[in-house]
Write a protein that binds this ligand. Structure first.
Ligand code: BT5
Length: 367
């Protein structure tokens, strides 16, 4: 209910809404209205109350909660339902539980911190409180398991697009799905699948983005390998205020005249902590949604081309081990199903389906 009231106040922009109007609209008493207003205040919304005039929202955006994430998002799947946790073990683990219980496709779990953030292959993801973005989206693609690796590449493309759209920072992709800025990892992606032989039950697409860590916030072993949006931007995140025309797309709820009045609130807050993370989360969900539907409608080729453009792997010298042997070579391309093709120094072209590579110039591989 309080978020319904919040929505009304947002739509009113700089106008007041009386307690009577709110009460009539939602069929509640004026004291109930007062209680909800106070709850919103305790969540950090600044709401002015003036005798005879009513309530008015003074700072109206930038809180991290499901309402702000979903309000006017305009996606078909990703973020159609959002749950938020201040702290959780792992958003992927929780999303998998919800998926197994039958939640709808697009269910998104977002957390302020993770105590057991997961990386690939049993590794962990450092997820300090209030400094990163940790989210997982439940997908149920009508695909056979062997067709799904392209979703990993697509998630990487969506992340690069979102970081650029929300912050102006250009990142690259190290195969298969590390997001890199200046040779350091700014974001990681973990796709987990539950499937039967010929069909996918669900996929959990988990994305972690370092947002406001300074170098000292990372454990010593990661300090020369990890970077945040904040440090990539030289300490000042060049965010783009929301709502703006491009991010919201035509015809979305935020393009209604009432909503447009709120631009002042969005701009007031959109460069600082929560508002910046909120904007990036929303942009990320939109990009995930766009790219997911592009894949489902057969536009895989274009997405692979975009992955190639963002790649910091293709054309570089790479090193990897395969069945206990070490190889070096030049990464030449990716295939339709997301494998990496490497022309090895022994003259053989090898196809890597998954696993780890070192790329010269990234994470201390000096060659
Ligand atoms: C990944 O694994 O990069 C996937 C990370 C996915 C994290 C998200 S957060 C939301 C969702 N819920 C989860 O529980 N997980 C997902 P991988 O490629 O295996 O990389 C892990 C390695 O990256 C670690 O072994 C470290 O070396 C390094 N690392 C760990 N935390 C990092 C961080 N915050 N920033 C940069 N590098 C990190």
């Amino acid at each position: 209910m309080r978020y319904e009231i919040l929505k009304l106040l947002k739509e009113a922009g700089s106008d007041y809404v009386t307690g009577v109007d709110i009460g009539t609209r939602f069929g509640i008493s004026r004291s109930a209205v007062w209680k909800h207003i106070n709850e919103l205040r305790s969540e950090g919304y600044e709401i002015e109350s003036a005798p005879n005039l009513g309530y008015r929202l003074l700072s109206g955006s930038g809180r991290l909660n499901p309402f702000e994430i979903m309000n006017g998002l305009g996606t078909r799947t990703a973020g159609c339902e959002v749950v938020w946790f201040d702290e959780i073990t792992s958003t992927n683990t929780h999303a998998a539980k919800l998926a197994a219980e039958g939640c709808s496709e697009g269910m998104t779990v977002v957390a302020g911190m993770q105590t057991h953030g997961k990386g690939r292959l049993g590794r962990s993801w450092e997820s300090p409180g209030g400094k990163g973005i940790y989210l997982s989206v439940v997908l149920r693609p009508p695909m056979a398991p062997p067709e799904t690796p392209v979703l990993t590449l697509a998630a990487a493309v969506a992340t690069v697009r979102a970081i650029y759209a929300a912050t102006g920072i250009r990142t690259g992709i190290k195969w298969p799905n590390d997001i890199i800025f200046n040779g350091r990892k700014i974001s990681g992606i973990l796709l987990e699948m539950n499937s039967e032989a010929d069909r996918v039950n669900y996929i959990i697409l988990g994305i972690g983005i370092n947002y406001s860590q300074t170098e000292e916030d990372f454990p010593p072993e990661l300090r020369d390998r990890a970077v945040s949006v904040l440090s990539a931007s030289g300490g000042r995140i060049p965010g783009r205020a929301e709502p703006d025309g491009r991010e919201n797309g035509p015809g979305g709820p935020e393009n209604t005249p009432g909503a447009r009045k709120n631009t002042q609130y969005a701009q007031k807050n959109s460069y600082d902590g929560d508002a910046g993370r909120l904007s990036l989360i929303r942009t990320l969900l939109r990009e995930i949604d766009n790219i997911y539907h592009d894949i489902l409608s057969g536009k895989t080729g274009e997405i692979l081309d975009e992955w190639r453009r963002f790649s910091v792997t293709l054309g570089k010298e790479v090193r990897f081990s395969l069945r206990n042997a070490e190889y070096t070579g030049k990464a030449v391309d990716i295939t339709e199903n997301g494998s990496l093709l490497v022309d090895c120094s022994d003259g053989v072209r090898r196809e890597l389906l998954s696993g780890e590579i070192s790329v010269r110039g990234i994470f201390g591989y000096a060659g």
